[in-house]
Design a protein around this ligand. Structure first.
Ligand SMILES: Cc1cc2nc3c(=O)[nH]c(=O)nc-3n(C[C@H](O)[C@H](O)[C@H](O)COP(=O)(O)OP(=O)(O)OC[C@H]3O[C@@H](n4cnc5c(N)ncnc54)[C@H](O)[C@@H]3O)c2cc1C
Length: 443
């Protein structure tokens, strides 16, 4: 990459998870010229895990982890808070059972790692072994659920079908015809979790926030120069945990698709409101039909609604206020159709976040060129995947070997090339609109 203008992250300021946390301490920013042994760009799940693992491998090395924003401000702090063990929906369809078992194993080691860190560092992030409901509203959703059950049987994974009173007594609504409960997922407060992970980084990791990297070049000695606004980092080895922004450094160009999805939540409901509705706290439901609505009831009794996908070629910008209002109105409709008793409860926050998918649903993991490593494109389920792929990226960068490293190399590959614009945008927008229309009964 040369010093052309690049898209920098610019997430909106209305993320409920972030707003619910106390204000963070003042950030350390990149200034002056810094020579380091390893630089990691991106302090989401992937970059945080990579920096931590590097520090464990090379405790005497100088490691810098740098992010354009505050920790918790990017997608890793603004997602729905599911840490999912099962392979992603598309990966579940993979013809090779060993491929799916590898993904399952990798996701489960990420969960075990997060669980250990949360315990060791007492990270207060609503971490809970709550499992996950996958809910069907109508015939379309039910057909997806049946297919999902078939895939679970093939995989040999436990699941439990829930309907009628049993389901209504948890969710507090009879909106869903049926759900499938899988026990292996965890729930968390994403902004609290990533902040806790950042606060507990080993001593030889220096975290620099609000420090966008605007240029990347190689110098005559073969070292990488990361150009910031007020400083520069020089390093022989660079790890990218930058998700869709990896393209901005000249890598995986035209192979990643930037997608935004959105969430809104309410204030904490009172215990009286919960009792009147007949709803439990601390559960999460994803839609059987992926274009439907995700619902979460947090430990502190907020109801969160997530739906709507947008293809965002200008992913360094948040959406306009009018688009946000439209999306919020859609969230409101989804809330009231499930909980008409909450017609007077307004949303306090509506936010969006960007992540990368690929047309062949393949994740990239590996060395991009001499001394530059990346994990990118988790297809929207990056809490577990970012954690394990970031960890293993550090193993790769230091030359460590393990069964997990061999597994991740086996299940990752090259995201397929996108058609050129305007064909790409037209195609993706049409697919998203078609999926939204077909799935309107599941919203
Ligand atoms: C609303 C929503 C709901 C979601 N729900 C879930 C869910 O429930 N479970 C799940 O597993 N996944 C979910 N996802 C997806 C998940 O959030 C992402 O897959 C995951 O956060 C990706 O992690 P990452 O570390 O790879 O990237 P990111 O979290 O995107 O981190 C990349 C970081 O790079 C930084 N960066 C980029 N460019 C630069 C630069 N030039 N200089 C410095 N820093 C830079 C960014 O600021 C950012 O912090 C959801 C996403 C959204 C938006």
């Amino acid at each position: 990459m040369n010093n052309r203008a690049i898209h920098l992250p610019h997430d909106d300021q209305d993320c409920g998870w972030y707003a619910a946390l106390p204000a963070p301490a003042a950030p350390r920013r990149l200034t002056g010229r810094q020579q380091v042994d390893y630089a990691v760009i991106g302090a989401g799940f992937a970059g945080l895990a990579a920096a931590r693992q590097l520090a464990e491998h090379v405790p005497d090395a100088r490691i810098v982890l740098v992010d354009a924003q505050r920790v918790g401000y990017g997608a890793s702090g603004r997602n729905s808070g599911f840490v999912i063990d099962l392979p992603h929906k598309m990966a579940l369809e993979h013809p090779d059972p060993a491929h799916k078992q590898r993904l399952l194993g990798l996701n489960r080691s990420a969960i075990a790692q997060l669980q250990r860190l949360i315990g060791e560092h007492r990270i207060d992030c609503q971490w809970s072994h709550a499992g996950k409901y996958q809910g069907a509203v109508g015939a379309r959703g039910l057909a997806y659920l049946e297919h999902f059950e078939h895939l679970m049987r093939e995989l040999g994974e436990p699941f439990h079908s829930v309907e009628g009173d049993e389901l209504a007594n948890v969710l507090g609504t009879r909106h869903y015809r049926r759900a499938v409960y899988t026990p292996g997922s965890y729930l968390m407060q994403p902004a609290a979790l990533v902040r806790g992970l950042a606060d507990s980084l080993p001593g030889n990791v220096e975290l620099l926030e609000e420090s966008p990297i605007q240029g990347l070049q190689r110098d005559a000695q073969g070292q990488w120069l990361l150009q910031g606004r007020d400083g520069q980092i020089r390093t022989p080895r660079l790890l990218l945990g930058t998700s869709i922004f990896t393209q901005e450094f000249g890598y995986l160009r035209s192979r990643l698709l930037p997608v935004m999805t959105f969430a809104s939540w309410t204030r904490p409901l009172t215990q009286a409101e919960m009792d009147a509705i007949g709803m439990q706290a601390d559960w999460g439901l994803t839609p059987a039909d992926h274009a439907g609505t995700t619902v979460r009831m947090t430990q502190d009794r907020r109801l969160m609604i997530r739906n709507t996908y947008k293809h965002v070629p200008r992913y360094g910008k948040s959406v306009s206020d009018s688009t946000r209002q439209e999306i919020r109105a859609g969230h409101r409709k989804a809330l009231i159709s499930r909980y008409p008793q909450l017609a007077n409860v307004e949303f306090t926050h509506t936010w969006g976040g960007v992540y990368a998918i690929s047309r062949n649903f393949t994740n990239f993991f590996g060395e991009l060129e001499d001394g530059v490593y990346a994990t990118a494109c988790d297809n929207g389920v990056g809490a577990a995947w970012g954690t394990i792929s970031g960890t293993l990226l550090a193993d790769l960068a230091v030359g460590a070997d393990s069964q997990s490293l061999s597994d991740i190399r086996n299940v990752t590959g090259m995201p397929s090339r996108n058609p050129p614009e305007p064909l790409l945008g037209l195609g993706v927008r049409t697919r998203i609109r078609l999926a939204a229309w077909n799935s309107r009964s599941e919203l």
